[in-house]
Design a binder for this molecule. Structure first.
Ligand code: ATP
Ligand code: MG
Length: 362
């Protein structure tokens, strides 16, 4: 059997820097754990624009559709701000998401013990936190029609439409239940069924899908209360599933429970392919960070944790994912810190590449 395949798209800014550290990890798994991958690399974002005049070449798009998983660094930068909207680096990313139909966006918020002091919240609120937000990514108010700014009488009106079909809700709900089964069998669905029809349908469909997962403890919460509970007592949650707009807000809120942007991975999953694996793209939550690009300051952990998610969700290597996460935990416990993680208590300052080396060693 051939090795599982990965397409690496390092992109712009700190993307290539953090991805170089992921390559070290991938090489280690090949050499030490007999877990070899067929890795290819290509351009996306500004880097692709510089070479091809488009932020994602058709051949790259085709390759992304064929591989078992795509790993993406980051796209964009001030150099490309002047470009026309249609060729902006971000459009490369959007094209990948859209054409691969990646409807379930998984964003974990996990607090490593060594960084519990570093969070914006009190230590006892976040220590040991490990939750997962599943955000619907391809529908809802960001895409619903009608949309636009229209004339109405003698003034203008801005219109967006929250729209969800049953099948759109069902597929993301199913992804969330599957995830809950692999974790702690606890799922909370968030909407505003008290004021929105799409929320009423959302609750109904999620409840119906839940009948296929009797082992999962399902609860429902209004999204505004969910925001409050996330800040007040986030450890009451395990998996949260919600729509595109609420997910955007709630996942950013959850992200800040854990500390630095440099620590946050994500996965975007689509429908299962012929081999049973979901279409998948993994990327750090952070952007291209032009302010620190090229200086060896970037924290590679978000990108490395994204690869750990790939091990778990695309390659059925949950134990190896845990092995990698444990190594990161150990390095952090030893006080090793990139600049973004350096708190008042100090630590061992390291560069991007030194952080990668320490994790490989651990
Ligand atoms: P985007 O529009 O792509 O979301 P952004 O400008 O909003 O980009 P980032 O590029 O993520 O956001 O950067 C936000 C801030 O966080 C910057 O000051 C950046 O230096 C910092 N930052 C982001 N990622 C990292 C990282 N991996 N390590 C250290 N600092 C980071
Ligand atoms: Mg941003």
């Amino acid at each position: 059997m051939s090795n599982p395949s990965i397409l690496i798209l390092p992109g712009d800014g700190i993307g290539p820097e953090v991805m170089a550290e992921v390559r070290k990890i991938i090489d280690w798994f090949g050499a030490k754990r007999d877990l070899a991958f067929d890795v290819s690399e290509d351009l996306v974002g500004g880097a692709a624009y510089d070479k091809h005049g488009v932020p994602l070449a058709d051949e790259t798009m085709a390759k992304a559709q064929e591989v078992d998983a795509v790993l993406l660094g980051a796209v964009g930068g001030p150099k490309y701000d002047v470009l026309d909207f249609s060729v902006k680096p971000e459009r490369g990313l959007l094209r990948l998401r859209k054409e691969m139909d990646l409807f379930a966006n998984l964003r974990p918020a996990q607090c490593f013990d060594a960084l519990a002091d570093f969070s914006s919240l009190k230590k006892d609120v976040v220590a040991g936190l490990d939750i997962m937000i599943v955000r619907e990514l391809t529908s809802g108010v960001y895409f619903g029609e009608p949309r636009g700014i229209f004339n109405e009488g003698n003034e203008r009106v801005g219109i967006n439409t929250q729209r969800y079909t049953e099948s759109e809700i069902e597929r993301v709900a199913r992804a969330a239940f599957e995830l809950a089964m692999r974790r702690n069998k606890k799922l909370c669905s968030m909407e505003k069924a008290n004021v929105m029809e799409s929320g009423i349908l959302w609750r109904e469909v999620v409840t119906r899908v839940g009948q296929d997962y009797p082992e999962v403890e399902l609860s429902h919460m209004y999204a505004d209360n969910g925001a409050m509970q996330l800040v007040r007592a986030p450890k009451q949650f395990d998996v949260i599933v919600t729509d595109n707009l609420f997910g955007d807000i709630l996942s950013d809120c959850a992200a800040m429970l854990t500390g630095s942007l440099g620590m946050l991975p994500s996965a975007s999953l689509g429908a299962p392919m012929e081999n049973g694996r979901p279409k998948a793209m993994y990327e750090p939550v952070h952007g291209s960070a032009p302010d620190i690009a090229g200086q060896g300051k970037a924290n590679p952990i978000a990108c490395i944790l994204s690869f750990a998610m790939a091990l778990r969700y695309s390659f059925d290597q949950g134990d190896e994912a845990t092995r990698l996460e444990t190594a990161i935990e150990k390095v952090l416990a030893d006080g090793v810190r990139t600049a973004d993680l350096m708190g008042p208590e100090g630590g061992v300052p390291v560069s991007t590449s030194e952080m990668g080396d320490k994790i490989v060693a651990a």
